[in-house]
Write a protein that binds this ligand. Structure first.
Ligand code: NAI
Ligand code: MG
Length: 367
């Protein structure tokens, strides 16, 4: 008899549509456990951290929040940000506190066309798209170094300094990670997005590390592009890309562009990994709390559910992860689409369809 596998998952719904989509992600994971016939189980604990918590307690998460999360196998995160709290407070107080505190230095963001979803790229040569964006997630432009001062000099005289931090170690580990991923893929190609013409210290170091690491992978094709030209290339020649690696800010921006090209921000998944396993990794949709549609039950849950599939992969549950990805594809292929994708389904209906497709796919395997 095979052993039973049990995973402890910390849920942080956060704010706005974060709370709406994360419960759908949880439903899918619970269903996967049910379908395993007792071989798999997930234990969920939910943490009420976010902007509402901040309004009551003056902080985004409990003082010992990281300590509380440490023992979990993974964190499943919705989104943070709400109007009463400045965005930099909410992001730094929760999401960035976790990604940095747990050294989740690799942010993986796949970009894929889904069947039945009309891509914003009306491109005759491009029927399918399958990229992975690899984002440095621990330093660079989001290192958090800097300050503001000179307010006392009078109105209009304040000065702000925001320093980027690029370490050789930080560049090396993320670039090597991108090469390792590229090796598992068909095309075996890594494109580095940089801006070393203008950022002559940090990004030149990044480029040098990229050149050095690429020598260790003679089987992988490489290229280096400036990010401004790269943004245009995402739209004009998307078929020429496969694995794209970039710094924290660069890859953050490119990933929203990529997911919009694939149809909507609402379908984009992401994993914040601590690859050494010293700390739990965190899985979350790419999008934010979307205050403009929050509370209406119409947010697209696919980005969150697909992030759950990335979590399953991280646990080594490859078959289960593939099942979820196929159920998502079936669901959009059948025309079940939320409003952001031009459909009329609400959040819950999409998950219902995904659960039904999971049942069908499993029945097919057993039948
Ligand atoms: P956003 O991603 O929340 O929304 C951008 C646009 O995309 C909105 O029109 C929204 O309705 C739409 N959208 C996003 N997700 C969707 C979904 N699942 N289904 C359908 N439509 C969707 O970005 P925005 O408006 O710049 O930021 C809103 C708040 O979220 C801010 O407080 C920001 O700081 C925060 N934020 C948090 C992130 C996180 O927690 N990881 C990431 C990005 C933003
Ligand atoms: Mg972003």
């Amino acid at each position: 008899m095979s052993e039973q596998r049990k995973f402890k998952i910390a849920i942080i719904p956060g704010d706005g549509i974060g709370t709406e989509v994360i419960q759908e992600g949880q439903r899918v994971l619970e269903h996967i456990a049910e379908l395993s016939g007792g071989k798999l189980s997930f234990e969920f604990d939910s943490f009420p951290w976010g902007c509402e918590y901040y309004m009551k307690h003056g902080r985004m998460m409990a003082a010992d929040g990281l300590e509380q999360l440490k023992g979990y196998d993974a964190i499943y995160f919705g989104a943070v940000g709400w109007k009463d709290v400045p965005d930099h407070i909410s992001l730094w107080g929760l999401r960035l506190a976790i990604t940095q505190g747990f050294d989740q230095w690799a942010n993986i963001r796949p970009v894929r066309f889904l069947p039945g979803v009309e891509s914003k790229l009306n491109h005759p040569n491009v029927q399918s798209l399958d990229w992975i964006l690899i984002r440095e997630n621990s330093e660079g432009e989001y290192a958090g170094f800097g300050g503001r001062n000179f307010n006392g000099r009078g109105p209009g005289k304040e000065v702000a300094v925001q320093s980027s931090v690029f370490t050789e170690e930080g560049c090396q580990r993320i670039i090597r990670y991108a090469f390792e991923i590229a090796r598992t893929r068909k095309r075996k190609k890594v494109t580095s997005a940089t801006k070393s013409n203008a950022q002559q210290y940090g990004m030149v170091l990044w480029d040098e590390v990229f050149a050095r690491v690429s020598k260790e992978y003679p089987d992988v094709e490489t290229e280096q592009w400036l990010v401004d030209a790269m943004a245009a290339r995402f739209v004009l020649k998307p078929e020429t890309l496969e694995v794209v690696v970039g710094s924290n800010l660069i890859a953050d921006i490119l990933s929203d562009l990529g997911s919009a090209l694939a149809g909507s921000l609402g379908i984009a998944a992401s994993a914040n990994l601590n690859p050494e396993g010293r700390f739990p990794s965190m899985f979350e949709p790419v999008h934010g709390s979307a205050p403009d549609i929050a509370g209406q039950g119409i947010a697209n849950p696919i980005g969150t559910i697909a992030s759950g599939a990335l979590m399953l992969k991280h646990f080594g549950l490859l078959k289960e992860a593939e099942l979820v990805e196929r159920a998502i594809e079936e669901t959009t292929r059948q025309g079940n689409l939320t409003i952001d994708l031009g459909g009329t389904c609400n959040t819950r209906e999409i998950t219902d369809a995904i659960l039904a497709n999971l049942d069908k796919l499993v029945a097919k395997v057993h039948g």
